[in-house]
Design a protein around this ligand. Structure first.
Ligand SMILES: CC(=O)N[C@H]1[C@@H](OP(=O)(O)OP(=O)(O)OC[C@H]2O[C@@H](n3ccc(=O)[nH]c3=O)[C@H](O)[C@@H]2O)O[C@H](CO)[C@@H](O)[C@@H]1O
Length: 364
């Protein structure tokens, strides 16, 4: 089978695509892939690490308001579409899978226009502009939150979950002591601000640091590459009795997630799919700077079943962090949250999406 894959901009769109490629490769080692991204998106750094042929097109996103920039964007969209058509004619895929982000727009549109079966994957509870636009042309739409179904044509929409969930449940634990210098026998809280880091998460942690101890847990803190130097220096300057290890970014996140006891994070949909599949209790501070506040909707779905403690960014503080950590490990809430998270995880998401792709091929 030949699979055209596209999706990019942030890790939340890229890792589900890679997880799906890995799942197909496992079942069908002779399958071949072409990943189309942009030259300046995160996909440009991540995809080549997985030995996946990678081509680029130029594209930018639409502004929601009418602007001169949008005229340029339309021109780039048309140029991107014709470059994508050229790549598709050369590669001759049996199916195209798009996981969102600007780049998926022209690539999936071109694939549909050329009669290639197309499946788009939406990670969020409220879809992005690109996937909403593409849903008109796609053979099928795969969703990861039931809440998203109302935004897409009913007859082609299927709930699959996020294939990254299937990847993390298969991941082996890593040795956090040898890999990161963490302590043995003390629960580990992973702090991560999405694939690019988040300032309010840093601020609250620094504020809480003087009060935190290593009585209940220790911290593995992923700052995001942009924030690394500043946060590392600030943490080094604060007096604390807590054990904290700081890193800019980690590439073996599935293994690390499989080894930690709780997560403090933004509410990016792919991270949430990972932590529910593994049953990890979480403290979530959704980013309000996203389309239609979709991260808060994502987070509330976990809060509703008791899997997460959710705070608006404006209410988030060092005191709240300290109180939540106490609730988790001192008052023993972690165990209940763990089973609540597992109850909504979708560890077989990759199999489900694979079925949708097979059906889309048969249908077209
Ligand atoms: C600002 C923005 O638009 N964010 C969106 C973006 O999130 P964004 O890409 O920030 O976040 P997600 O949390 O969904 O995914 C991050 C991915 O990167 C991985 N990771 C993260 C840090 C690290 O050091 N190593 C690593 O591998 C995580 O395991 C995860 O697989 O896409 C998501 C999925 O469509 C959306 O829900 C988010 O709203």
């Amino acid at each position: 089978m030949k699979v055209l894959v596209t999706g990019g901009g942030t890790g939340g769109h890229i890792y589900p695509a890679i997880a799906m490629i890995k799942a197909i490769r496992e079942e069908e080692p002779s399958a071949s892939f072409l990943y189309v991204g942009t030259g300046n998106g995160l996909e440009n750094e991540i995809v080549p690490k997985y030995d996946i042929p990678f081509e680029t097109i130029e594209i930018s996103g639409f502004k929601r308001k009418l602007s001169f920039e949008n005229i340029k964007t339309v021109r780039r969209f048309l140029k991107g579409t014709s470059r994508a058509k050229q790549l598709i004619r050369e590669f001759k895929p049996d199916i195209a899978l798009g996981t969102g982000g600007y780049v998926a727009g022209p690539v999936m549109y071109a694939a549909a226009r050329l009669g290639v079966p197309t499946v788009i994957h939406e990670q969020n509870s409220i879809p992005g502009l690109t996937n909403k636009f593409l849903s008109r042309y796609a053979t099928n739409v795969a969703i990861s939150f039931q809440e998203a179904s109302g935004y897409f044509p009913q007859d082609k929409t299927v709930f699959t979950g996020n294939p990254r969930a299937s990847e993390v449940v298969k991941a082996e634990k890593t040795n956090l002591v040898t890999e990161f210098g963490l302590k043995n026998n003390l629960p580990v809280v992973l702090i991560v601000g999405g694939s690019r880091g988040a300032q309010p998460i840093h601020d609250a942690f620094l504020e809480a640091l003087p009060q935190l101890t290593d009585k209940h847990c220790q911290y593995l803190y992923i700052t995001g590459s942009v924030h690394y130097d500043k946060v590392k220096t600030s943490i080094a300057n604060e007096k604390t009795r807590a054990h904290v290890v700081v890193r800019p970014f980690i590439h073996n996140m599935p293994n690390v997630l499989a080894s930690v006891d709780a997560v403090v994070s933004r509410a990016g949909a792919t991270t949430l799919a990972e932590i529910t599949a593994l049953g990890i209790p979480s403290i979530l501070i959704p980013s309000p700077y996203v389309t239609k506040n979709h991260q808060e909707m994502n987070a509330r779905a976990l809060e509703d079943v008791g899997a997460a403690m959710v705070h608006k960014e404006t209410d988030w503080s060092g005191d709240k962090l300290e109180a939540d950590i106490k609730a988790l490990f001192q008052n023993g809430e972690a165990a209940e949250m763990q089973s609540a998270a597992t109850s909504i995880g979708v560890p077989d998401a990759a199999d489900r999406l694979r079925e949708v792709m097979k059906r889309a091929i048969r249908k077209t």
